[in-house]
Design a protein around this ligand. Structure first.
Ligand SMILES: [Zn+2]
Length: 63
């Protein structure tokens, strides 16, 4: 049991952008996503209320 847990934990990957941990498959997708998010956050000025609302609406419709 213990060794199984250790193996499972070692499979987790730290996202270099937000420091959260994901399993290998999720990390692959998440890190790509997170990289784009960080790029936007760092390269753009603070978004306005309107832009935030638009981004939120976009996220909802995408899901
Ligand atoms: Zn992340």
């Amino acid at each position: 049991m213990k060794s199984f847990m250790n193996i499972a934990v070692s499979d987790y990957v730290d996202c270099p952008y937000c420091s959260r941990r994901f399993n290998e498959k999720a990390a692959e997708r998440h890190i790509n996503f997170c990289k784009e998010q960080q790029k936007r956050l760092t390269s753009k000025r603070e978004p306005s209320q309107q832009e935030k609302a638009r981004a939120a609406a976009k996220t909802v419709s995408a899901v």
